[in-house]
Design a protein around this ligand. Sequence first.
Ligand code: KIV
Length: 266
Amino acid sequence: MSNKKVTTASLLTMKQQGEKIVAITAYDASFAKLFDQQGVDVTLIGDSLGMVLQGHDDTLPVTLDDIAYHTRSVRRGTERALVVADMPFMTYATPEQTYSNAAQLMAAGASMVKVEGGSWLAETIIGLVQRSVPVCGHLGLTPQSVHVFGGFKVQGRADEQAQKIYDEALALEQAGIQLLVLECVPVELAGRISQALTIPVIGIGAGNQTDGQILVMHDMLGVSANYMPKFSKNYLAQSGDIRQAVNDYIDEVRDGRFPSSEHSFS
Ligand code: KIV
């Protein structure tokens, strides 16, 4: 692993060279430092913190202040990884609102912001990029839309829906995103999108044909005794040591062993 800072440019190079990108969520300085030292490429201050830290049923109650607070902590623990901060529900409903909210997350230490949704965000993304804010898109099962979907469900199984996600991915790249998260979509669709896009695509529940993977840290450490999504894996269970667990996750993503078909959707 090179000690050089991970940037949008180095992520692009990784994709071009066929080197898998390893990402994980982080919410505090200590875990951010551990992930950084073990060689994780991207840490995301996900609005999943609403569920895994705050105990909500979904991510909707998370505020911009919550994400800014945790971004400051993660930033202090990070030297190498690219720090990406989620824009919470309804904090990017209009372009103007988005610019001022994204500015707060960048000031808190993010190097990129993530927004959930498709082509309706094109104008917002163009405006952010023009104002020097790198953007990560998020398609498929976008958790902020859980009530529209009627639950946390795999997206893109029907042909028409798969085509829509594919088209949205192209539209987001066209608008200027530099990274895309694809969540809970069939392996084949994720593979097609990853091939079609120039930018790197990071999957969660999207199979092993993407350019990299992301997991929620609490899931990969098996923190919740009675909850483990199909697409995740408890790496702590096999080694009993947190650093080793993170190393194993990194190794398995890099050499394509994770996710296997057991952790993917068709
Ligand atoms: O909020 C989050 O942690 C996320 C990941 C699941 C990608 O968006």
